[in-house]
Ligand binder design. Structure first.
Ligand SMILES: *Cc1c(COP(=O)(O)O)cnc(C)c1O
Length: 372
């Protein structure tokens, strides 16, 4: 592979000593579940995000699931979200035997179209889950407006958007709760699975602290039926180290995006590819650099041959997934999501990417279009 989609090894080389010493500390303590290290990380990240509370959990998917459990989402309830996202945004709704209701996205941001939410709200709607896809916030002002008018909670899926912001507020701090993932490929990645819920609501925080440990507030006394979904001390210790680098890494991703913009323009490719658009007021953290490309499938074949890392996020919109067929959606129901699935292509954008590597990515794409 000449240019990988993501190279975590180069990042690790730069922070090896700090990370290994954090891991060593946890091993020396032999205290692996919750404890001071998790509390310290929760405090640091709440400060980073500018919210009152942060609750560490086992994954981003569990952050979403626990947020819905805290709202007592149950069979018959509906939760509005998008079909153009990672699977778990909607599967957590079905896990609780509630119904995901899909709203289409905007082609220029890949995020929920706020104008289409209201017509999907019913008396059974419990929550809206906007996804801040690829690292850019959905239009939270409009989403919160419609949610507040109808007394519906907003749970932000900020799994790809840690550090992103809208009008000065960080992603994940504007809704009732904000869900984050520390899956290794996210902008803040752990040494395994991990997740977090941000909130400004004290009652929600208390409930989440119980729900992540089997619904218990004191040992062996259970007020709720919860999960075993804790952030490990090992993850917390490593993430606390990596959090100190997050701004630098996010800034480097944004710089890479700006460089791509220049390189694609210089290569005369702007009639072949549509580059990601950052909406004014948004800080985009580019978990993915996702373009829309003419002859996308052929281009992917060429990039593969030439050793240029790339991936399709996401090839099948959720309303057309086999497991969601009982929901009754058909091809054509959510046309923008369906079209995006045929056009999108994510290119390498990780912070340590060199200028030469980015040049090669664009050069290779240019070579393809010269012959097609
Ligand atoms: C990664 C991701 C999740 C799930 O996070 P996990 O930690 O892998 O469970 C949910 N939603 C989106 C948009 C994601 O990118």
């Amino acid at each position: 592979m000449k240019v990988p989609l993501l190279d975590l090894k180069v990042q690790f080389k730069e922070i090896r000593t700090e990370v290994l010493s954090a891991i060593e500390g946890v091993c020396d303590d032999q205290s692996f579940i919750l404890g001071q290290r998790v509390a310290d990380f929760e405090e640091d990240i709440a400060r980073y995000l500018g919210c009152r509370y942060a609750v560490g959990v086992a994954s981003g998917s569990d952050a979403l699931l626990l947020s819905l459990m805290a709202l007592d989402v149950k069979p018959g309830d509906e939760v509005i979200t998008v079909p153009f996202t990672f699977f778990s945004t909607a599967s957590v709704v079905s896990r609780l035997h509630a119904t995901p209701v899909f709203v289409d996205i905007q082609a220029d941001t890949f995020n929920i179209d706020p104008e289409q939410i209201e017509k999907k709200i019913t008396p059974r709607t419990k929550a809206i889950i906007p996804v801040h896809l690829f690292g850019q916030c959905a239009d939270m002002e409009k989403i919160l407006d419609v949610a507040n008018q109808h007394g519906v909670r907003v749970i932000e899926d900020a799994c790809q958007a840690i550090g992103a912001a809208q009008n000065g507020h960080k992603a994940g701090t504007l809704g009732y709760s904000g869900c984050f993932s520390f899956f290794p490929s996210k902008n803040l990645g752990g040494v395994g699975d991990g997740g977090l819920i941000a909130t400004n609501d004290e009652a929600l925080r208390e409930l989440l602290l119980a729900l992540r440990v089997h619904g218990s507030r004191s040992d062996y006394h259970h007020d709720h039926i919860g999960l075993n979904s804790r952030l490990d001390a090992m993850e917390a210790a490593v993430l606390r180290v990596k959090l100190q680098h997050l701004n630098t890494w996010n800034e480097k991703r944004a710089k890479n995006a700006a460089d791509y913009e220049r390189l694609f323009a210089e290569a005369g490719l702007l009639n072949r590819v549509t580059l990601p658009r950052t909406v004014p007021g948004n800080v985009h953290v580019f978990n993915q650099y996702t373009i829309r490309a003419k002859k996308r499938d052929q281009l992917m074949g060429y990039l593969k041959e030439q050793g240029i890392g790339h991936k399709m996020y996401y090839p099948v919109p959720l309303h057309l997934q086999e497991c969601f067929q009982p929901l009754g959606y058909q091809k054509g129901d959510l046309p923008v999501s369906e079209r995006m699935a045929t056009e999108v292509l994510s290119l390498p954008i990780y912070p340590e990417l060199s200028e030469a590597q980015m040049g090669l990515v664009v050069e290779t794409i240019k070579d393809f279009y010269i012959n097609h």
